[in-house]
Design a binder for this molecule. Structure first.
Ligand code: SAJ
Length: 418
């Protein structure tokens, strides 16, 4: 099995790092994306997304002529599909981009090619993809038809953590879900080009469910911590102290509460299980609801704190300044998409008549959704704001000594300044 040319469809947070890593191993890689800006940027040797260490690997790969981006698929020996799989308004998965990607590569497929789906997908998506490919290429045999296929197909989910993608891509074990054992073997051979972790082979449906299970496991566990934070607020118990104490039990390991769950995966993927199994997936659905409700609970805490502030000072509401610390969806990154901190800051800005300040050292301009708020420096907020709302435990905020804060009114969703 030789893979001389590898094509990656979708050059986003997963596709571009994967393409760059194959190229760093000397493979010829053709990246395909519908976004002309992304294609131009990559062909200049630059990147259009933020991920540590990715820029240097892409630059070298492009300079060496090993990585090239294009708008239209070309012939290759292996195709990896890494396009988004969002959900629709009713939480049903939207496989439109997978279908478009499959149909775009169908014309250039040749006997012996390997096609891998990496996008997080509901169970059965790989079989569905085979149906789309087979409809577009009746001249080729696909794995579902029982005989030795011309095209080998597998589902191999990405499992890398944003912020550590370049490391985890190489180190993490890989679940390889072939449509047949031969498909799995070929897919494993492809990933072994760069993988230091193990390739663990299974079938496509189990691999699809495995990806959804990993993120649902984390969502349910964060929901447990978030529910505890609500209970502890009622009972006047410090939830972080409680969790630290409970975690001293050898078989207890509770995650951390926060303003909610964000990002593009953990807040999305559990819905794929719920959509396919509405009767059975009760805990998974409730966890999603608990986590999604958290920003509104934080707003309620802010409202109570403002009420206390007004009762104890001679200020009017319009004279009260609230400073939100952090907007990113998790610490030490600049990614504001699907961020519960953003949601809280927006909810506060829509409600509060006084000044709304935001401290976010990772950005230089506030997003359009926060036009009525003001981006200020840490020092200004610490010295002049009336109420501090801690939303993201960035390293820079953790370094602030809670004991030195002059404010009496603090809503700390991350337990940083307790
Ligand atoms: N969070 C908490 N409390 C915690 C841990 C996280 O509130 O104790 C919040 C974060 O602040 C953030 C959200 O959860 O808003 C998600 O952050 P995360 O660091 O848990 O995960 P992601 O979304 O960056 O990446 C996840 C990872 N999945 C798992 O850890 C099971 C990653 O390995 C996946 O590859 C990625 O989803 C993905 O692409 O699916």
């Amino acid at each position: 099995m030789t893979f001389n040319t590898i094509s990656v469809i979708g050059l986003g947070y997963i596709g571009l790092p994967t393409a760059a890593i194959f190229a760093s191993q000397g493979k010829r890689v053709v990246g395909v994306d519908v976004n002309a800006h992304a294609v131009e940027t990559i062909n200049r040797g630059d990147i259009h997304i933020v991920e540590p260490e990715l820029d240097a690997v892409v630059k070298t790969a492009v300079q060496q002529g090993l990585l090239r981006a294009t708008l239209t698929p070309e012939a290759a020996d292996a195709f990896l599909i890494a396009v988004p799989t969002p959900f629709m308004a009713d939480h049903q998965p939207d496989l439109r981009y997978v279908k478009a990607a499959a149909e775009s590569i169908a014309p250039v497929l040749k006997a012996g090619d390997l096609v891998i789906l990496e996008s997080t997908s509901p169970v059965g998506s790989t079989e569905q993809m085979v149906t789309w490919l087979a409809a577009a290429r009746p001249d080729l045999r696909f794995p579902q038809q029982g005989e030795q296929p011309d095209i080998f197909i597998a589902y191999c989910p990405e499992r890398v953590l944003p912020g550590q993608i370049m490391l985890e891509l190489v180190k993490n074990d890989r679940v390889i879900g072939g449509m047949t054992p031969e498909c799995s073997a070929r897919a494993s051979a492809l990933y072994r080009i760069f993988l230091q972790g193990e390739c663990v082979e299974t079938n496509a449906r189990t691999a699809e469910m495995c990806k959804l299970t990993e993120n649902s496991f984390r969502d349910v566990n964060i929901a447990f911590a978030n529910e505890l934070s609500l209970i502890c607020a009622e009972q006047d118990i410090n939830v972080w102290e409680l969790i630290a104490l409970a975690n001293r039990h050898p078989r207890v390991n509770i995650l951390q509460p926060g303003p909610g769950v964000g990002g593009h995966c953990i807040a999305v993927d559990p819905w794929f299980i719920v959509a396919q199994n509405p009767q059975q997936a009760r805990l998974i659905r409730t966890a999603r609801e608990v986590n999604d409700a958290k920003p509104h609970w934080v707003l309620d805490q802010v409202k109570k704190t403002v009420a206390d502030c007004l009762a104890q000072s001679n200020k009017r509401a319009s004279e009260v300044t609230i400073a939100c610390f952090g907007l990113a969806f998790k610490p030490n990154i600049d990614d504001l998409r699907e961020s519960p901190a953003m949601e809280v800051a927006q909810l506060i800005a829509e409600w509060h008549q006084g000044s709304n300040w935001v401290v976010e050292p990772h950005i230089s301009q506030l997003p359009a959704a926060l036009t009525t708020s003001q981006l200020v420096g840490t020092q200004q907020a610490l010295e002049q704001a009336d109420i501090l709302v801690m939303l993201v435990d960035h390293q820079a905020f953790r370094a602030i000594d809670g004991g030195q804060l002059v404010q009496q009114w603090i809503v700390d969703t991350k337990g940083v300044w307790r």
